[in-house]
Design a protein around this ligand. Structure first.
Ligand SMILES: Cc1ncc(COP(=O)(O)O)c(C=O)c1O
Length: 457
């Protein structure tokens, strides 16, 4: 099939997530045909560094042989079996043990598998409600979450999402979901002092819990570093304070680590960035990097506080009425085991921390050199560049501005794939990226921003 036909067929037959079908018909999405290491090729043979990492997912790059071999071997051994009550399989057992061992510092006791991040969130929200019913506190059904947070697209996750655009078309959503301000240094009405901001935003959580009635709040859910909302890194005191407040009122803490898990931030888990030796949540939502994105897989990890209550139940009400045909799919589990082996053997988090620091240092200079870059923020190998129409007032560019798309196009032409989300350019390259590849990425971006500023692109 020729490339023009492919583009026409895409426009005619395929709806894309988070996109207007009409817009996709008018402007064909980039068709990616091949991947190797940190590099991808489009269908026209144009080679690019993958600054998107698939979608925060291909942490080991696009041609990892051990993951590929594990998938092929599993295909030969057992392509599929389920783990519903009464059956299980070897890879599911191995992977659950492996994850629980990896998460010993988190006090994780058990995991439940699914097919991706939205599923992992849905599982956590459902387990939170069931936990409180088992504890005899059925009134505790409410969820509190952050504005700008992203927790996937199922009805539960959508209800706790903090971006109105993802909710409006599908309302009414789950009752009992409430949103509070994100501790966002660049955009907040409170203070320029990050530590004070952490305190104020933690107080907002406490006030919301008290306002709702602590005996009605099931859980607070948040990302250790917000990803899709624009790579928003909270002040260092925020998560420790959140944990204290949750403890004070008995509220469960759910860490959505779909993006931050498995090394992206420079720590194995994003919660390990915060406090002395990490903040312990009660549940973790995991996906993406768990299988390096090669096969869909999600996991919800629970600590002993939760698992013990389910284990102790003798009435039968602790039966987990949740799960998918493909929960713990053997091929996904095999891919994840091979991925986790390499995350540990190659010290992927340590590498991400080292090369990530170089990336952050280089691109932060764009705030000084580019007239429409308002903020560059991030940690490890996740970075957001916010484009503004008024630097002094910190006014984010609106969706009507063509500048973000022009920057992305200039980068694409020069050999770098980036992602635009509203006014933000987001980078989340594979975690195996080298310092030289990071320099290439920064060179291209500096050139793209300069070209747009000077009207050359
Ligand atoms: C923090 C977070 N949670 C949940 C999800 C949903 O994951 P999925 O798209 O695999 O359903 C995402 C996706 O980007 C995410 O970033």
């Amino acid at each position: 099939m020729n490339n023009d036909q492919l583009k026409a067929d895409n426009a005619q037959y395929l709806w894309h997530p988070m996109a207007h079908p009409g817009a996709m018909k008018k402007s064909t999405p980039d068709i990616i045909a091949k991947g190797e290491g940190c590099w991808i090729w489009d269908v026209d043979g144009h080679k690019m560094l993958d600054g998107v990492g698939g979608l925060w997912a291909c942490n080991l790059g696009h041609s990892n042989k051990p993951v590929r071999d594990a998938i092929v071997a599993q295909m030969d051994e057992l392509p599929f079996y389920n783990v519903f009550r009464g059956t299980t399989h070897v890879r599911a057992i191995e992977l659950s043990k492996r994850l629980v061992q990896m998460m010993q510092p988190e006090d994780v006791a058990t995991v439940m598998f699914s097919n991706g991040g939205s599923d992992a969130v849905e599982g956590a929200l459902k387990v939170a409600r069931q936990y409180w019913k088992l504890k005899g506190q059925a009134d505790r059904f409410k969820f509190i979450s952050l504005r700008q947070g992203y927790h996937g697209v199922h009805f539960g996750g959508m209800s706790v999402n903090g971006n109105t655009n993802f909710r409006r078309a599908y309302e009414p959503l789950l009752p009992g979901c409430f949103h509070i301000d994100t501790p966002w240094a660049y955009h907040n009405p409170y203070t320029e002092d990050p530590i004070r901001l952490g305190e104020i935003c933690a107080e907002l959580l406490e006030r919301e819990i008290v306002f709702q009635g602590p005996d009605t709040v099931a859980a607070f859910i948040a990302e250790p570093v917000q990803g899709a909302g624009g790579v928003i890194v909270p002040p260092p005191n925020y998560w420790p304070l959140v944990r204290q407040i949750c403890d004070k009122y008995g509220v469960l803490l759910i860490a959505d680590e779909v993006v931050t898990g498995f090394g992206r931030t420079g720590e194995l888990f994003g919660t390990r960035l915060w406090g002395q030796g990490g903040v312990r949540a009660d549940m973790w939502c995991l996906a993406k990097g768990i299988s390096s994105g090669y096969i869909p897989l999600g996991a919800t990890a629970m600590n002993h506080r939760i698992a013990d209550v389910f284990d102790a139940d003798t009435t039968g009400t602790a039966s987990v009425s949740h799960g998918y045909t493909y929960s713990a799919h053997p091929i996904a589990a095999a891919a994840a085991l091979a991925t986790l082996d390499q995350i540990e053997a190659l010290d992927i988090p340590g590498h991400a921390a080292r090369v990530g620091a170089h990336l952050q240092n280089r691109l932060r200079k764009l705030v000084e050199t580019c007239s429409f870059v308002g903020d560059v923020r991030g940690v490890g190998l996740m970075l957001g560049i916010e484009m503004v129409s008024d630097k002094a007032k910190r006014t984010p560019m609106t969706r009507t501005s063509d500048i973000p798309a022009r920057v992305a196009k200039a980068a694409y032409k020069a050999g770098l794939m980036v992602r635009i989300s509203g006014p933000n350019l987001i980078l989340s390259p594979p975690l195996i990226i080298t310092r030289e590849e990071i320099d290439f990425m920064c060179d291209v971006l500096e050139g793209a921003f300069a070209a747009v500023q000077e009207g050359r692109a």
